[in-house]
Design a protein around this ligand. Structure first.
Ligand SMILES: Cc1ncc(COP(=O)(O)O)c(C=O)c1O
Length: 389
């Protein structure tokens, strides 16, 4: 039995609505790079509300073909970062994918053969304040004087280094976005539509000259900055099966190195999840699992496939085969708690979820297994605690 990741369709629909409403636009560029942030793009595409997606954005050329296999038309795919391979350029051009054009070298490649990728499939990427990908304004001004077509690009895009919570540096970037937008409009004598806002900016309800937003993490219901209250709903539940239960005497050391030793006679459960599945080893001795609404602390070193939980204080004995909730909404660990305890951020924690975790879609927002069962009020004898299936 492998751990399972449940994806809650209702929550994704809710998050999409909140992000769009807050930013006053009706469609988005859904960022699905890195296998949809590690969640699994083939699953993710089935829950994203297709009518609200103008493009699916990927980071690398090899992320295009999984989308094509899933039936996404090429002109709904946007490749976000520069690439310089001539063969690839022709291939992508022939296929009909949209590309972000954001460097001088890529400009030279694309304009040397202006038939291959027409401007209708070009999103000019301008660096707003990150010095990451995208033209600086000087570089762009020099390139645009060599624009070989008589039509403008399909769109322009920028990305924010700051969140609205950062105050003046963020406001400075917003001003810059307005200035760039006006300059592009006056150059082409018409509006060049833009996609600018990531999740943090979209949630901030900031007035920006954009037709689309470009969120990623918010669609999963995660705020990029830890904050309460959060209008989003976490759309994921990570559960692991209990594979064994041991009754142990006081003074028993568990897992590698015996980093945890029982202080009294107790009960240790073994979960089929480990760092090989993406449960950070740094959560050893810090995290917890939920059984029927009750917390059971993770104890001892997390190993590649297995993690131990202290079941001693539970008022019942969970059965092998029963599912424990590791990531979800409180009382489970939320993604911020999980990530911070592991010394990282939700983005990295998500992208580390391994392919061996089974994925499934939960159609309606039904309670998860561990919440559905009312908490037991008194300890149940081991043999009689049956898990409804
Ligand atoms: C270019 C670009 N646009 C949009 C996003 C989405 O950002 P977020 O996941 O914070 O919404 C990312 C995230 O990495 C990105 O790199």
């Amino acid at each position: 039995m492998n751990p399972r990741l449940r994806i809650l369709r209702d929550a994704v629909v809710h998050n999409t609505r909140i992000l769009l409403e807050r930013s006053g636009v009706s469609r988005m560029v859904a960022v699905v790079k890195d296998d949809a942030y590690g969640v699994g793009v083939s699953w993710w595409l089935r829950v994203l509300p297709v009518e609200q997606v103008a493009w699916y954005a990927v980071a690398t050329p090899d992320e295009i073909s999984p989308l094509r296999t899933l039936g996404v038309p090429p002109d709904r795919i946007l490749l976000l970062y520069p690439f310089y391979d001539h063969g690839l350029f022709r291939e992508i051009g022939k296929e009909g994918v949209h590309v972000a054009l954001g460097s001088r070298e890529m400009f030279d490649l694309v304009t040397a053969d202006p038939e291959v990728i027409p401007p209708e499939r070009i999103h000019v990427s301008l660096d707003l304040d990150m010095v990451r990908t995208g033209f600086g304004w000087e570089e762009w001004s020099e390139c645009v004087s060599r624009w070989p077509w008589d039509r403008p690009p399909r769109a322009w895009m920028g990305h924010f280094a700051h969140t609205p919570e950062d105050g003046s540096p963020f406001e400075e970037t917003v001003r810059k976005a307005h200035v760039y937008h006006e300059r592009l409009r006056s150059f082409w004598h018409q509006e060049v539509p833009a996609h600018l806002a990531n999740t943090a900016v979209a949630l901030g309800g900031i007035s920006l000259p954009q037709r689309w937003i470009r969120p990623g993490i918010g669609l999963f219901g995660v705020h990029p900055v830890r904050k309460e209250p959060d209008p989003l709903r976490f759309a994921l539940r990570l559960e692991a099966p209990l594979v064994q239960v041991h009754d142990v005497p006081a003074g028993t050391g568990v897992s590698y190195g015996h980093r945890f030793v029982t202080s009294r006679p107790g009960r240790i459960g073994v979960l089929r999840i480990g760092y090989g599945d993406g449960l950070p080893r740094a959560l050893s001795g810090k995290g917890w699992a939920i059984f029927r609404g009750f917390q059971a602390p993770l104890v001892g070193a997390i190993t590649m496939d297995l993690t131990l939980v202290d079941l001693t204080h539970l008022p019942f004995v969970p059965n092998p085969g029963e599912w424990a909730l590791l990531l979800g909404e409180p009382p489970a660990m939320d993604l911020w708690t999980w990530a911070e305890a592991a010394g990282t951020i939700p983005y990295e924690a998500l992208t580390h979820l391994s392919v061996r975790i089974q994925r499934e879609i939960v159609e309606a927002d039904q309670p998860t297994t561990s919440q559905r069962i009312p908490p037991a009020t008194s300890p149940a004898p081991r043999s009689s605690s049956k898990m409804p299936r």
